[in-house]
Ligand binder design. Structure first.
Ligand SMILES: Nc1ncnc2c1ncn2[C@@H]1O[C@H](COP(=O)(O)OP(=O)(O)OP(=O)(O)O)[C@@H](O)[C@H]1O
Ligand SMILES: [Mg+2]
Length: 224
């Protein structure tokens, strides 16, 4: 498959995914969250009618469970909705993501880019950065996270490094069923005409570096 064809497939894939995410986010917001909130309001009304302290305690616990459900759905909304790149730019979007996802972690986002990459590249880099950051927060037990965006070989490089427990990258050839984060990153990078290197040793932290060409129509190529 030629490079322009691969890029065109990637662009359509990303667009379809973003569209799907927006739709799910809208449903979560307009449906699930509203339904739970309505139930919580009825619960508050019920609470006002109750006098028995044991029943009131029970109602308070149900209220807490409903609040927890709404909090989780709001977090999911945040994961699903793409940031406003036009307003924020890629590095701010990644910074906001880390700060929101794990306020306690020590992190830096270094932006050495001279300008913003095109929309399609930004979207792909953001979703890949999101996965690498999520992995560092979920699996690494890291205390520090460093993100660097830099120009490289006429394209854009994104590096995400953590100081956590690391893992054996040999296992990447045999991904566990249902764990698709890293395989998807490798595939996305290759579809985009770039690469993704994962460098990790048990006990020695993990570094994920992604490189994508600067523009989907670089060197006069036009996606078909
Ligand atoms: N930064 C990291 N630090 C330590 N271990 C990691 C890191 N990133 C990945 N891993 C290990 O590699 C495995 C595969 O990662 P991958 O992102 O493919 O799957 P996942 O995060 O488990 O699930 P998914 O991404 O599909 O939600 C993880 O389960 C974890 O054991
Ligand atoms: Mg993952």
């Amino acid at each position: 498959m030629s490079r322009p064809q691969r890029r065109s497939i990637l662009a359509r894939l990303e667009e379809a995914q973003e569209e799907e995410r927006r739709r799910i986010a809208a449903d979560l917001h307009d449906d699930s969250i509203q339904v739970i909130t309505a139930a919580d309001l009825r619960l508050a009304a019920l609470d006002r009618m109750l006098e028995d302290p044991a029943l009131k305690r029970e109602v308070a616990e149900i209220h807490q469970t409903l609040q927890l459900a709404v909090d989780r759905l709001r977090k999911l909304l945040f994961e699903l909705l793409p940031p406003a790149f036009d307003r924020e730019g890629l590095s701010t979007a990644l910074e906001t993501y880390v700060a929101h996802r794990e306020p306690a972690i020590e992190f830096s986002v270094k932006d050495e880019l001279e300008g913003e990459p095109p929309e399609e590249i930004r979207r792909t880099l953001f979703r890949m950065g999101q996965e690498a950051i999520n992995n560092a927060l979920k699996h690494a037990g890291a205390t520090r996270l460093d993100v660097v965006l830099s120009p490289q070989d006429g394209g854009t490089s994104l590096l995400v490094a953590d100081d956590g427990r690391g893992f054996d990258v040999e296992g990447l050839g045999r991904p566990a069923p249902g764990h698709i984060g890293l395989p998807t990153m490798l595939e996305r990078a290759s579809l985009g005409g770039g690469w993704c290197h994962i460098d990790s040793t048990p006990g020695g932290g993990t570094t994920v570096q992604v490189w994508l060409p600067a523009s989907p129509v670089a060197s006069g190529e036009q996606p078909r």
